[in-house]
Design a protein around this ligand. Structure first.
Ligand code: SF4
Ligand code: SF4
Length: 225
């Protein structure tokens, strides 16, 4: 399944285990995370170890910055290999077995659903103060007065027309939905929901509710170092 992913084909030619990718990786500085080791595991085609990766937190530590891409002396891109592992973990429903993997539900709902609803990944209205306390009181004020504040940047704020943060016209939204249908994006979102629903019930929740999503979004076991 991994070898059917074009990112995997592009990302892993032949690794000589030199460790340059880990040396330049910003995630490796903060987490117990080693792209060299992940690439080595995948290259050995050890199914058991690959499954361990798909079930674990490690593959979700990558920031997808692609600093590893221009540095690898063998032309590999560990970041692409990680992306293909993440997709496989999502497809197989194994992402729900790790704390960081379960957060995929929040990404799907906060960003994925928003794209389908508005045409934007994120708009100021999505940065809800209760989800982002780090933004402080000033943000809370901007959030409450968004029409006034953003209306000064863009005359078409939340309205149809030309300009930043405009409301997408119905033709563009139809086209967007069609793209997500034919590219498998909608099916992919449904897969994330389905496995999250199963895991939520296993964990004692009444399904993949808002409460479950917030738990996965905010919980930190402090075991990430
Ligand atoms: S830099 Fe390239 S060759 Fe070196 S360990 Fe990383 S992937 Fe392998
Ligand atoms: S893409 Fe991922 S593995 Fe590569 S340097 Fe960035 S954080 Fe590290």
């Amino acid at each position: 399944m991994l070898t059917e992913d074009i990112r995997f084909v592009e990302g892993l030619k032949a690794c000589m285990n030199c460790g340059v990718c880990t040396a330049v990786c910003p995630a490796a500085e903060f987490y117990n995370y080693d792209p060299r080791q992940i690439v080595a595991t995948v290259q050995m085609r050890d199914d058991e170890e690959i499954e361990r990766l798909l079930r674990g937190d490690e593959i979700w530590y990558c920031g997808e910055c692609m600093s590893c891409r221009p540095r690898c002396p063998r032309g590999n891109t560990p970041g692409y290999v990680i992306q293909s592992l993440r997709t496989l973990s999502q497809r197989l429903g194994l992402f729900v077995e790790s704390e960081k993997g379960r957060q995929q539900l929040a990404l799907k709902r906060l960003i994925g659903d928003n794209i389908l609803a508005t045409g934007y990944c994120l708009t100021p209205r999505n940065i809800r103060p209760e989800l982002h306390p780090e933004q402080g009181a000033v943000w809370e004020w901007i959030f409450d007065n968004h029409e006034d504040v953003y209306g000064r940047f863009s005359q078409s704020y939340l309205r149809e027309g030309a300009g930043a943060l405009r409301r997408m016209d119905s033709g563009s939204m139809e086209e967007l939905h069609r793209i997500f249908e034919v590219s498998g994006g909608k099916e992919f979102f449904a897969t994330i929901e389905r496995h999250s629903e199963r895991k939520a019930r296993e964990m004692g929740y009444d399904g993949a509710t808002e409460e479950y999503m917030m738990q996965t979004y905010t919980y930190n076991s402090e075991n990430h170092y």
